[in-house]
Every structure is written in structure tokens, then in C-alpha cells.
Design a protein around this ligand. Structure first.
Ligand code: ATP
Ligand code: MG
Length: 411
């Protein structure tokens, strides 16, 4: 079976990698809970329309990246490329649109048909937050502050910069789009083919282009700021004031737009230079139109998602494997006592493992290899005397301990 490889763009998460992965999720879950977020898990696949309707027919995700297939019943299903659409679908189908605010944390796999490279996979994993209900900029600041606190707790905040922008309200955006199209049209001969195709359908995405030539044109493009309605400008000022009150450092970047079409007002990204081209680790914004697209009432909302693989790569070091105790019965007569001891250690919350076979030397070697900090040796004579030998595997020191006291000595 050696010819069977994992599918391109997927990877096994094992060993140290998995400890990083779990550490990111556990840390985020704990901090999100302290902000009052509850965890939801929605299905990994949904009716294709959950994504095609809401992510915008012109977004990269919908046009190029979705894993869409027909199931045996003939329904078109899609492996979720992101978490927000499913959470909003769940809000509507669970009848929660009148029970606001809802504060949701999630973690799980996402799927996008992309060109695999460092920090970019076809199955990847995200943690994310959605704060559904409030329309105040305090809500935007709070979800950003929670993201910041998670990055701080993971020890990666110093490696990232928070960049924020406003996409304004509909009126600001319409006025801006017109000015932007006018400017870009004057330079259409220098735009990449991809950007040209976006010029009519989704011109703001051109601001976000990675193409060098596009970037030079974009550098001279008008920003949205002078086109903001008074309301949109007030909202943005409120966001910046609250971020400062939360103590979250940020810079403004008028080029930030979100890849998905349902965003307005706040857009933000935590970016790092440490991961090469895949520099965005956590990104989000306000998406007041999405719940209505899903068939619910107009409902304000703001949230973000972060790539667990990218966060894991930024972690300074992997969390250590939990230390283990090796229990080594010497001879068949010692087995019953060994099993009794294992179960009482495990019951006391100690990670205890038995070595299954081999002579004492081999078993000690194996205990060392599995990183055990001590080994408990059970010989028939000792057991008859009610004691065991506890061997410190780092120093080799060995002491006799009454069997009944082992668990309490080790905690
Ligand atoms: P990018 O510009 O890198 O393609 P994106 O705008 O498509 O990112 P979002 O949809 O905002 O990304 O997803 C939020 C986060 O999820 C990203 O900032 C990144 O950390 C992570 N992410 C997105 N796509 C992938 C992928 N294919 N592999 C690994 N992580 C990803
Ligand atoms: Mg992408």
C-alpha cells in the first residue's frame, strides 16, 4: 500500500505537529470563552447554495476554490471553504435570529482547491469568532481584541501587525467604486488579466492584488476615506477609539479588502513577515448583509477566522509532550499489581503506561525513548513486602516506596 499517498494539499497532523495544533485551539477556546463566546460545530459539508449565494458569485473562493460534488441523491453539496456562512445558516435554521446577540467560537477543517505551498493547503483548519447582533463599533473592537489576546497568549503577537480599514456603508462604497473604476480604467493597459476581469464585477478586489504591476497602479489609486458618509466615518472613528481603549496596537491600511463579498465597514488582518507569501494569519470584518442572504432578517454581525497551520508555524516551540510514568512488572506474578497500580495512577490524573514485553533492560530503554520521567519497577519480592522501586530516569536514582503511597508521591 506504499503507493497510497495523502491527497495533494492535505497532510497528516501527528506528533509534535498535533501538539501545536491542539495548543492553538485550546488557547483560543479558553480566551474566547472569557469573552463570552460559546462553541458551535456545524457540518463540514452544506448545500452548495449556502456558499454560492453568500460568498458572492465573483469571489475567488466560489469561482475557483470550492470542492463541489453531487451526492448519490443528486444534491449539489460543497465541502465548506470557510466557517461564517455555515454559522449564519445555522443561526437561521435553528430559529436564533430573534435571540441576539449570539457569540460563537468554532474550530475545524476547511477545504479549498488552491495551489498547495507553505502555509496553504487544500484541507486546512481554522479557528474563528462570530459576534452576531450588535451594530456598534464596540463589537468590532471586541472581536479584534479577543483575536489579539489569543495571539498574545500564543506568544506570536509581537510577530504580527494588525492592519485595519473601513469598507464604509453601501452608499460610501458605491461612490468609491465609481471613482476607483474611473482611475483604474485610465490604467487598464497596465493591469493584469485577472484584475481586468475584475474591473467591472468586483473592482475593490484589485486593491488586494498580489501582482507587481497591479500594485504599482494601486499605489496611486484613490482611497475610500473621502467617500465615506458621515455615518461610516463616525463608525470607523469609533472602532479606532475602542481599539485604543482595549490597548490593541494597529495601523491603517486602505488597501485591505476582504476576499468575500459580504463585508462592509470594518476589515482587518493580522499579518506577519515570518511566513513568506502566506502572511495573513487572522482576518475578518463586519458582514451585516450575510444573515439576510441566508433567509433571515437583516442582522448585523462581525467576526474573524485564523489559520491554525499558520499560527502553529509561528509558535516559538511546540508544547512539550506530557511527562509519562512507565510501569514495569518484573515477571508474570507482578502483572496483577502492575495493572492495579496503572489504574490508580490514571485515576489520579497521571499519564501512566505499561511496557508490554522484553527484559528489564529493554523495558527501561523503551521507557526512556517514550520520554518517561520515571519508571516504577514491580518485583515479586517487593510486592510481597508492599513496596515498589521508583526510578528517576534522568538521574538513575532509585528509591523504595510503599505501594499505597506511589500515586500521592507522584502528584
Ligand atoms: P489568503 O490571502 O492567504 O488566500 P484568504 O483571504 O483566502 O487568505 P480567509 O478566507 O480570510 O483567507 O481565511 C482566514 C485565514 O485562514 C487566513 O488568514 C489564513 O490564515 C487561513 N487560510 C486561508 N486559506 C488557507 C489555506 N488554503 N491553507 C491554510 N490556511 C489558509
Ligand atoms: Mg485565499
Amino acid at each position: 500500500m506504499a503507493d497510497l499517498q495523502p491527497v495533494r494539499g492535505t497532510r497528516d497532523i501527528i506528533g509534535e505537529d498535533h501538539r501545536r495544533h491542539s495548543y492553538v485551539i485550546d488557547t483560543a477556546r479558553r480566551i474566547a470563552a472569557s469573552y463570552g463566546f460559546d462553541e458551535w460545530s456545524t457540518p463540514v459539508f452544506e448545500d452548495t447554495r449556502v456558499f454560492s449565494r453568500t460568498l458572492g458569485e465573483t469571489s475567488d473562493v466560489v469561482t475557483k476554490e470550492m470542492y463541489t460534488f453531487e451526492d448519490r441523491g443528486g444534491d449539489s453539496l460543497t465541502l465548506r471553504p470557510e466557517g461564517t456562512a455555515g454559522v449564519c445558516r445555522a443561526l437561521v435554521t435553528n430559529g436564533l435570529t430573534q435571540s441576539l446577540p449570539q457569540k460563537i467560537f468554532y474550530a475545524g477543517p476547511m477545504f479549498r482547491y488552491e495551489r498547495p505551498q507553505k502555509g496553504r493547503y487544500r484541507q486546512f483548519h481554522q479557528i474563528g469568532l462570530e459576534l452576531i447582533g450588535p451594530s456598534e463599533p464596540l463589537a468590532d473592537a471586541e472581536v479584534i481584541a479577543c483575536g489579539w489576546d489569543i495571539l498574545v497568549a500564543l506568544g506570536v503577537a509581537a510577530n504580527t501587525v494588525l492592519e485595519i480599514n473601513t469598507l464604509g456603508d453601501r452608499e460610501s462604497r458605491d461612490a468609491y467604486r465609481e471613482a476607483l473604476v474611473e482611475y483604474l480604467s485610465a490604467h487598464r493597459d497596465k493591469l493584469s488579466a485577472e484584475s481586468l476581469s475584475r474591473l467591472e464585477r468586483n473592482p475593490m478586489r484589485i486593491l488586494d492584488s498580489k501582482d507587481e504591476g497591479d500594485r504599482r497602479i494601486v499605489a496611486g489609486a484613490p482611497t475610500i476615506m473621502p467617500f465615506l458618509t458621515e455615518q461610516a466615518a463616525t463608525f470607523y472613528a469609533g472602532l479606532k477609539r475602542h481599539l485604543t481603549q482595549f490597548g490593541v496596537p494597529f495601523t491603517e491600511n486602505p488597501r485591505i479588502v476582504r476576499g468575500l463579498d459580504y463585508y462592509g465597514h470594518t476589515a482587518f488582518e493580522f499579518v506577519t513577515k515570518a511566513l513568506g507569501a502566506q502572511g495573513t494569519v487572522l482576518a475578518g470584518g463586519r458582514y451585516d448583509g450575510l444573515v439576510a442572504e441566508m433567509g433571515g432578517p437583516p442582522t448585523p454581525a462581525v467576526g474573524w477566522a485564523a489559520g491554525i497551520e499558520r499560527l502553529s508555524m509561528l509558535l516559538d516551540q511546540a508544547p512539550a509532550a506530557p511527562p509519562s510514568i512507565a510501569v514495569i512488572p518484573i515477571g508474570d506474578e507482578a502483572e496483577a499489581a502492575a495493572i492495579g497500580l496503572l489504574q490508580s495512577l490514571r485515576g489520579a490524573g497521571i499519564r501512566a503506561e505499561v511496557s508490554y514485553r522484553g527484559n528489564l533492560k529493554r523495558r527501561l530503554e523503551r521507557a526512556n525513548r517514550m520520554g518517561a520521567k520515571s519508571a516504577i519497577l514491580l518485583g515479586a519480592d517487593d510486592i510481597a513486602a508492599g513496596i515498589v522501586q521508583v526510578k528517576d530516569l534522568a538521574t538513575g536514582a532509585q528509591v523504595a516506596v510503599p505501594l499505597a503511597e506511589v500515586a500521592s508521591r507522584l502528584t
